[in-house]
Design a binder for this molecule. Structure first.
Ligand code: SF4
Length: 77
């Protein structure tokens, strides 16, 4: 079974995971936190994060923002 089939975000408004605006603005930070809260209850967050670390995608995946994943990629390199 594909891990995406168990994704907690299925049925959630996808726009929640793709904040518009500056990464440090309060609305963006609040939206990131709301998306991360969904990820925090997701049974496939580890698989999602590993996928997102391999694919330079925008938005919140696996409970992380792209900026956070950039740091994780650098640490792993
Ligand atoms: S970790 Fe977050 S973005 Fe990834 S599948 Fe789960 S809910 Fe969706």
């Amino acid at each position: 079974m594909n891990w995406r089939e168990s994704a907690r975000c299925r049925g959630t408004d996808p726009e929640l995971f793709f904040p518009i605006g500056s990464g440090t603005s309060l609305p963006t930070l609040a939206q990131n936190d709301a998306a991360k809260a969904v990820c925090g209850r997701c049974p496939v967050s580890r698989q999602c994060l590993e996928w997102a670390l391999k694919a330079p995608v925008e938005g919140v995946w696996g409970g992380t923002t792209e900026a956070e994943r950039r740091v994780m990629r650098r640490r792993r390199a």
